[in-house]
Design a binder for this molecule. Structure first.
Ligand code: NAD
Length: 454
């Protein structure tokens, strides 16, 4: 079905989408016979994610249902670029409060640096908006608690954009587990590899500072912990973590401020000329003069204080135990996962970059302990993040899209995903396992809670 036919079949092209709070927590986009009224959306953080998936893509795909009423960023140059790139004529602001008060959005989208998400989630809810935030929801347990308290206080809510749940490969794994194909799940082996391109890129950017990203334990692994929480369908209870920085940062033989000023470009495997990419030039390089942020920071800078190899043992409230690892300097990018159950096992993997073959599907193998094995092939998704990005957007902005796989994630889900990483960080500091229940008011439960929001 073409996109236009799909929209027509859901009544969207008629332009009748409205946002109607059904009650304080459950909010959904609905059809109505009332005259067309577009959802008023404001966005803070006009960087790469804000300009792309939550900016231009929304304008292209859902301009019948929503309108941008305000854009905000502390970098005025990037803000001006974003306005043009997204294709909106809405006002732009460098002052968040001013934007919220003047434009009164119904939905605030937060796509800033991770360590600032909580400020805008909380203040956005206080000023009357529901919020859609990029992951991770936030970076430490005090900020998690502040968000939980603000949700209770304001009656507004926040959806976390866990796009990884939406990729068809991961959704198929969820279905197999829910169908009890391998009996009760008892343990999971989950290993994620970032390659020397994407993995290195975290060390070029603000992500290399724990105070901005919460470290890869939170910035990156919260995606993975959210998947685990969703697949296992229970809450994480105890975390023991190990980690070290052994490859990037202080481990390099030489370093500079950034690639463009580096005297070692000929001998460095990580040399990267950001000016060769026109988009990066327009969004970052041309706007360095406003905030000094260098998109091509040296991967060997001494200030990097995040880990590049990490491992955790996680125990879930329903008894499932997980062995998890993340490595940030692999020759290829992807993951391997296995679920061990009382009646069988599921093996699955994805190789996201530098694939060893040109097959256009991803495989899952379903083993029965005393039966046949089954090979399941999932065609590659066409949109970003394994096909997940577009499916997530449709669920939020196409009216009446159901959620049969419980992929919608609220504040409790956002909290539990980052709390596993926060607990792992604390465990490394203390050398002791950390109980999730000791970090915030959330008490882990055997069966995961689900609420449909936004
Ligand atoms: N779900 C995914 O797969 C995915 C992918 C990429 C990024 N992200 C998330 O999106 C968010 C943005 O990442 P990005 O890659 O676009 O980063 P980016 O550096 O390109 O953009 C961040 C923007 O936030 C702005 N900003 C920072 N602090 C601010 C403040 N206090 N007030 C206003 N603006 C502020 C910066 O000026 C910049 O324009 C991050 O939280 C990241 O984790 C998610």
């Amino acid at each position: 079905m073409s996109r236009r036919n799909f929209l027509a079949s859901t009544g969207v092209i008629a332009g009748t989408a409205l946002i109607k709070p059904k009650d304080l927590k459950a909010v959904t986009l609905e059809q109505s016979n009332a005259p067309a009224k577009k959802l008023k959306v404001a966005l803070i953080g006009t960087g790469s994610r804000g300009c792309g998936m939550w900016g231009r893509d929304l304008m292209k795909r859902y301009s019948e249902q929503l309108e941008f009423v305000g854009l905000c960023d502390i970098n005025q140059g990037r803000l001006a670029f974003a306005k043009e790139y997204i294709g909106t004529d809405c006002p732009s602001f460098t002052d968040f409060e001013k934007m919220m008060i003047e434009t009164k959005p119904e939905l605030l989208i937060v796509t800033t640096v991770d360590a600032t998400h909580h400020e805008f989630i909380i203040r956005g809810m206080e000023l009357g908006a529901n919020v859609l935030t990029e992951k991770p929801m936030t970076i430490d347990e005090q900020k998690v608690q502040a968000i939980i308290d603000a949700e209770k206080r304001t009656g507004k809510t926040c959806r976390i954009t866990f796009n990884y749940r939406y990729s068809p490969h991961r959704a198929k794994i969820w279905e197999l587990l829910q169908a009890n194909e391998i009996g009760e799940v008892t343990s999971v082996d989950f290993h994620w590899y970032l390659d020397t391109s994407h993995g290195a890129d975290y060390f070029r950017r603000w992500h290399r500072l724990t105070e901005k990203s919460g470290s890869l334990w939170v910035h990156k692994a919260s995606h993975h912990f959210d998947l685990l929480n969703w697949w296992i369908d229970s809450d994480p209870e105890t975390v023991y973590g190990l980690g070290a920085l052994e490859f990037y940062g202080k481990n390099g033989k030489f370093r500079a401020e950034n690639c463009r000023t580096c005297p070692h470009t000929k001998e460095c495997n990580f040399y990267w000329d950001v000016t060769k990419n026109d988009y990066y030039k327009k969004i970052y390089v041309n706007n360095e003069k406003y905030d000094g942020y260098l998109r091509d920071g040296c991967v060997f800078k001494n200030d990097a204080n995040i880990f590049d190899k990490m491992a955790a043992s996680i125990k879930y409230k329903n008894g499932v135990q997980v062995s998890y690892s993340l490595t940030a300097y692999s020759p290829y990018e992807g993951y391997r996962i296995a679920f061990n159950g009382t009646k069988g096992r599921i093996d699955a993997w994805i190789q996201e970059s530098r694939p060893v073959s040109d097959i256009n599907y991803d495989e899952i193998i379903l083993f029965k302990n005393f039966g046949k094995r089954e090979y399941i092939h999932i065609p590659h998704g066409t949109s970003g993040h394994g096909g997940g990005d577009a499916l997530l957007q449709d669920q939020i902005f196409v009216p009446n899209t159901p959620d049969p796989m419980k992929q919608c994630a609220g504040i409790r889900d956002g909290a539990l995903a980052c709390l596993v990483g926060i607990a792992a960080r604390k465990s490394i500091e203390s050398g002791q396992p950390v109980n999730i229940a000791d970090l915030t008011s959330i008490k882990p439960e055997k069966n995961k809670k689900y609420t449909r929001i936004l």
